[in-house]
Design a protein around this ligand. Sequence first.
Ligand code: B1N
Length: 815
Amino acid sequence: MPKNLYTKNALKEAIAGKLQRHFACEVADATKDQIYEACALVVRDALTEHMIQTQNEVEKYGERQVHYLCMEFLVGRSLRNNAYNLGMLDELTAALKEMGYEMADIFEQEADPGLGNGGLGRLAACYMDGMATTGVRGTGYSIRYEHGIFKQKIEDGQQVELPDSWLASGDVWQIPAMDDTREVRIGGTIDTHFDENGKLVVEYHDYTPVLAVPYDMPISGYDTGNIARLRLWEAKSPIALDMKLFSSGEYLKALEKHAMAETISMVLYPEDNHREGQSLRLKQQYFLVSATLQDICAKHKAKYGTLANFAHKHVLHINDTHPTLVIPELMRILMDDNDMSWENAWNITSQSVAYTNHTVMPEALECWPVSLVQELMPRIMQIIHEINERFCRDLWNYFPNDFQKISRLAIVSDGIVRMAHLAIAGSFSINGVSALHSDILKERVFKDFYTIYPAKFRNVTNGIAHRRWLCEANPKLAALIESKIGKGYRKHPSELQVLANYGEDKALLAQLGQIKRDNKLRLAEYIKEHNGIEVNMDSIFDVQVKRLHEYKRQMLNILHIISLYHKLKDNPGMDFVPRTFVFGSKAAPGYAVAKKTIQLIHSIANMINNDPDIGDKLKVVFIEDYKVSLAEMIMPAAEISEQISIAGKEASGTGNMKFMMNGALTIGTMDGANVEICEAVGRENIFIFGMETPEAEALAASGNYEPMLIYQNDPVIKRVMDHMIHGFGDGVDYTDLANLLLHGGNGGPADRYMSLKDFSSYAVAQERVGEMYRRPENWNYMSLMNIANSGRFAADRSVAEYAQNIWRVKTNFAF
Ligand code: B1N
């Protein structure tokens, strides 16, 4: 639909038309759900038109394209985002209003696709938005999981996982592209020999064929015709089940293969920052990689007739090591299917692949048993062995005779394939996701690789889609900002900086406070409705929403809440700045400590929220089923953003950026991107506490962390821990968690994340938060400084850095 048709009346007519054709109903009889779908179809028409144009331009100009491979894309809802980016949100809102509907109600009809776990998947989605807006020719590739991240229910304070079936209402945005269906081969055996011309022949026997069927989601850029496409592969079996085979015994075999194929895209693994060593996960990874590469190569060959210029035309960006098999798979395609020599294939491959590392947690670094790779993808294992041999020969030149080091750095060693080593060896660029994290990669995690290939290492600090997280999620704040500095920041986020000139503008500061209050009210109503808890509007909304993981230290927050409770119990009349602590978090279903921590939050919430001595001075709220659409309501309402991981473990964090951009103040450790947030806003506008990375790492390495000494010497901590050991009056036993903090678990060292060590400085920082909150004008000033300095954390900036320093493609972004 051309832009001049994005008028209220044209939209009304278009929506009515869709209702008539798709649901055979008129506006007056339509359900909200049908209205939503009609709106989505209208917006989709505009998108597909842009998508075709974008594809045609890519075809015509043959510019280098970026292919972003990620096992997760946590895209969130699409209707509002696309309408906003296409510049039709206001007209659509007005059109719906005249039809008798509130836009917000209609948005709520859309499923929130949970095709990811947390930060990694959401980052990929934010970068699609960034690529579309900055003019990068980008395609994302992932799996069309039938079941995304589980739906979380809380029963008796405990997490229960329910399947999420987002496809039921979420497929309006996905356009099937059956013609691009590819076949991926899993398992079986191979037979390699040279034919009479000396050409390598690879024969495949008894493998399981799996069809990869693509569905495309167009994602619009803001104020541009450029569209980024997200291609989601669905696994289908081509094996027709034929009862005639039954007597020959072939039927069951066929049935088994059929079922295996269709399982591949059935479910997203719900682990975050943890590797899952199951064969289905490896099949998923290879499925994604093989389908994607076949697709790119087939199109490339159709255009150029050769793959020799592949690296000039494509970048294959792998989001963490999960798609690392692109390296051997591209080698396979170049050599086996295109007769290329090893050397040529290797040059092309290693000049096409770029790798982003997202974690230093040892339990998340991927490795696969050789035997499993061999069983599921025998040809790929052969190629990995060859890559490894050549790589070790190279290592020998750098570290002659140092067998130990070479075996430590090898790709294959002790029957294990180390995916990160493969990714480093086979790529031209490796980057971390915050300045601190990139330094840790160079200085510690990949130190030896850094000595060999210093030029491969970079940093690109993460960024978030600021239009979604600020303009759309917080329209009142956006309107206030725009009344002062105009709309330029929508495309040039650094212009937010101009807001810093308004620090003395008392009226503006008051308006900022009022908007925060309005957003708090919306969250309070949600809490009232869903948790039955009445929260105090004058309390500090102190929020920790993120995956539940020990290193993120929700526990530290909880311990502090218990200590506040004790303080208030001792002296109920004290002058206390009221607080509402909000948690939202999913735990991996197999992660017992994380699940128990969720239960602990509930036990404490019960105790505190129902204690008449406490009244509305302290409340603890757990928001069930935290997801993108809830985050969009929570971020604008937060006043304190909890970013309290132990220093050196959170690669970046991106929630921290969303909070800041919405005017929340951070209480945090010097970890991940908190370091850069601190630098951006200045120490006076953030609450920093705790050990810094060198100290935390040294203490952990020394083995001298002795929480029992802290317990014995700090009466506040002692009382908190004793309370945990005695329980919170609901019969649930928490000695297991207490023991973990005080003595360590399973004979291991005491609490690797050293919550007790940072407790007192955290409590002091929280004390400062309370004092600052007593002076609303100062608080609002700090809030404004956070918003004003958040522009550098926009995804547009991150994407433009990737484009300039890694992908070497042009953008329209001005730094
Ligand atoms: O990636 C985010 C960062 O902001 C976070 O700090 C980081 O924790 C997160 C295996 C992961 N790292 N690794 C994962 C997710 C799923 C999985 O199966 C690892 N997630 C992160 C974006 O850079």
